[in-house]
Design a protein around this ligand. Sequence first.
Ligand code: ZN
Length: 281
Amino acid sequence: MDQRSLTPEEERVILHRGTEPPFSGKYWNHNEHGTYVCRRCGAPLYRSGDKFDAHCGWPSFDDSIAGAVSRKPDPDGVRTEITCSKCGAHLGHVFEGERFTGKNTRHCVNSISLDFEPEGRSVERAILAGGCFWGVEFLLRQLPGVLDTKVGYIGGVEENPTYEMVCSKTTDYAEAVEIAFDPARLSYEDLLKRFFEIHDPTQRDRQGPDTGRQYRSAVFYLTGDQKRSAGEIIGILAGKGLEVATEVVPATKFWPAEDYHQRYYERTGRMPYCHTRVKRF
Ligand SMILES: [Zn+2]
């Protein structure tokens, strides 16, 4: 289970059943739509729709997400402690019979035991090819606003392409990276600019030491807006005297590559041999 490292104050509350001072936390007076998750393990615990104002200075909920919160008698012999069902983090206490809401229940939770994920964070996708996918993925992952990446194959016709098939140069697949990004933090245009800086878009059907059509430079656009943006950015590069070989083509099915290719440099601790950033914008 992935667990965050905790600050001393978080440890005091979450591991040692502490209580934050009332009216001191981030969420007692917080009214956005979304989901409150466990600070330690990220498990979803409460929905904003179940939150109400109990005027007590701690976030209060009259229900939890099914199965997410466990109850047990508090060592004080009076109250009922609530914990994250997944990781056991201390959340606070639950009280019944106070008649605040129809459910007659109050989960009184320390803000510090929670994180908040706003509803409707939009995610946009992009698919880019710029030579060996190990290096392209490694460098694009460093860009703030990139949420996730996957390396794979796109542009050919065979079903279930493998690395061996693509390397045999008998398919039209390109090594590519599928990028999930948060458009509120990173525009598609800025993603493209970085893409054009970390590979050499003037090389045709090769990238550095890697030759073959599977190493071509290509933008596989998913929307008309992405197509337009790619044309504009390539126009800027042409204006700077670059003879851009990048193909701008509609995306076809993206096939994720074998697991051992995913986040290759992060896992091996090596550095890309094939890609470095050259400032072009
Ligand atoms: Zn947890």
